[in-house]
Design a protein around this ligand. Structure first.
Ligand SMILES: Cc1cc2nc3c(=O)[nH]c(=O)nc-3n(C[C@H](O)[C@H](O)[C@H](O)COP(=O)(O)OP(=O)(O)OC[C@H]3O[C@@H](n4cnc5c(N)ncnc54)[C@H](O)[C@@H]3O)c2cc1C
Length: 498
């Protein structure tokens, strides 16, 4: 039997208990629409990709470990749920790239890997002298001025964005292949578990795309848009420049604390949280005005709802909307996803020698390694340590490289530990390991992504009180997901008020 609305209050179902769905539920619960909120999550706990745990008795992040503070939504949420005192900056601020046989520092002045200072690139040794000279041609090479459509800054209502070019297609003719492959791809591609040649610059780095709009060159316009240092709260001794803050923050004890704090707040606010409750189908039910238009099926119950937020990966949302929004289903189903895996390795602390002050390093695709990056967790986050033990996380998997799927956990950990030894000169043997896999977890924002999402939204906008949220919309970072949850929850609440 279908479960009806809670009294006379409208019911809103939020499907997907990752950070986007959690935030949408939070906004709905606090809205003046006075809605009863159900949060339906497939797995046994909330959080989605956010996952904190332990390796060798040491507390550790198993998924994301930080968020950008430039978009304030994540920092604000942490403060609102009482975690303000537990916000911590990474202790190690520098990072490297493995290039030409050794670890080299990421040159200063890069914006998500795109350089602005070629002297710094030359000094770093990440790119050869010939590669640096090639990039210098950017200032003299002629070329057509880039349009917003080519850069992926505009929605093409036709839905296909035929004009949009990939980040690689824009940057390679200006900076040369070497700078793109050894510097841009590891950062811009690495953050998205993808590659510059298949990513939309307008979606993955809108600040760069905006700077290049109306220009044909890259270095000069980008130099003027370098983000200013985030000033610290305390002026430097002697009255000099304020100390520069890290652009990143983490949560002492793990981001799962943010999830738990939100969950407590939701429970206190009367939100019904149903874990182990995958939604298998959603139907649009024609009915009387005021009667709930949405019917959701789960293994154990049917839920009727006046409003719906789908905070799901694109491929899941695509299946769920198929019956009532075929165009949106097709658009969402077109977004490919990359899988990643990480081996967290525990070492005897005194045996582990790592570059001092570094949080880790990236490995360019053209090095043809399995590993994509290493994070020196204990150097970066002092709370991830125990006397005698230090942790390093080695990551693998990106779009177009499916090798991790063919390896069992033990083999993956062994190979990644071997590559860490090889590339970073780690001679210590790890004493414990844990592999975490995130299958189909990184949406690939290809050229045309903005139009795909707009197409899905246009169709859903014709239907009663339904919104999408989550990373599929076009921002992989936690702050973007939080903003998407806020927007979706707010829009559904508003639609129920009128
Ligand atoms: C390994 C890794 C490292 C990352 N590192 C960072 C980082 O350091 N900083 C940063 O800002 N971002 C990072 N990200 C990105 C960020 O974590 C994610 O983009 C974000 O957490 C996604 O949140 P979401 O709510 O949109 O989706 P998800 O977290 O994927 O949540 C979707 C939820 O829907 C549930 N679900 C699926 N199907 C159904 C169904 N049928 N019914 C009900 N529920 C369902 C899932 O179980 C899941 O809980 C990282 C991501 C990964 C994978």
């Amino acid at each position: 039997m279908a479960e009806g609305p809670a009294g006379s209050r409208p019911v809103v179902a939020v499907v997907g208990g990752g950070i986007s769905g959690i935030v949408a539920a939070r906004v709905l619960a606090a809205s003046p629409a006075g809605v009863h909120v159900l949060l339906l999550e497939e797995t046994g706990e909330l959080g989605g990709r956010i996952s904190s745990g332990e390796v060798a008795g040491v507390p550790v992040e198993l998924g994301p470990d930080q968020f950008l503070r430039r978009d304030p939504s994540a920092e604000r949420l942490c403060r609102e749920v009482g975690l303000g005192d537990d916000l911590v900056e990474p202790s190690a601020r520098s990072a490297g790239i493995f290039s030409y046989g050794r670890l080299r520092p990421i040159p200063r002045g890069t914006v998500v890997g795109v350089p602005t200072d070629l002297e710094a690139v030359a000094e770093s040794g990440v790119v050869s002298p010939a590669g640096v000279e090639r990039a210098r041609l950017d200032s003299s090479l002629p070329g057509p001025d880039l349009t917003g459509a080519e850069l992926g800054l505009e929605d093409d209502p036709g839905g296909q964005s035929p004009a949009e070019r990939s980040a690689g297609d824009i940057l390679r003719p200006r900076l040369g292949d070497e700078v793109v492959d050894r510097l841009v791809d590891p950062l811009l591609g690495g953050i998205n578990a993808g590659g510059v040649d298949t990513l939309s610059l307008g979606v993955v780095a809108p600040q760069i795309a905006s700077a290049l709009s109306g220009r044909h060159d890259v270095l000069a316009p980008l130099a003027t848009t370098l983000p200013p240092p985030v000033p610290g709260p305390v002026p430097a001794p002697g009255g000099g420049e304020p100390e520069q803050r890290s652009p990143f923050l983490g949560v002492r004890g793990g981001l799962a604390r943010l999830v738990r704090a939100c969950q407590r707040e939701l429970e206190q606010g009367g939100v019904e949280i149903l874990t182990r409750t995958p939604v298998t189908a959603v139907e649009l039910v024609p009915g009387q005005p005021g009667s709930p238009p949405w019917r959701l099926e789960t293994a154990t119950r049917t839920v009727e709802a006046h409003g719906l937020v789908l905070a799901l990966p694109g491929y899941v949302a695509s299946e769920i909307v198929k019956g009532f929004a075929p165009g949106a289903s097709a658009a969402l189903g077109e977004v490919p996803y990359a899988s990643v895996a990480m081996a967290t390795l525990a070492f005897e602390r005194e045996q582990l020698v790592l570059p001092s002050g570094w949080s880790g390093f990236l490995v360019p695709r053209n090095e043809e390694r399995l590993m994509t990056a290493a994070t020196f967790l204990t150097s970066k986050w002092p709370w991830m340590s125990q006397p005698g033990t230090a942790l390093v996380r080695v990551s693998a998997g990106r779009y177009g490289d499916e090798r991790i799927g063919e390896l069992d956990d033990g083999e993956l950990a062994r190979l990644l530990a071997g590559e860490l030894a090889d590339l970073a000169g780690v001679v210590a043997k790890h004493k414990a390991w844990r592999v975490t896999r995130f299958d189909h977890s990184f949406p690939q924002y290809r050229p045309g992504h903005r139009s795909l999402v707009a197409r899905a939204r246009r169709e859903l906008a014709e239907l009663p009180s339904v919104e999408l949220a989550g990373a599929v919309l076009g921002g992989i970072g936690i702050p973007a997901c939080i903003s998407s949850g806020q927007a979706a929850g707010g829009a559904v609440a508003d639609s129920l008020l009128v």
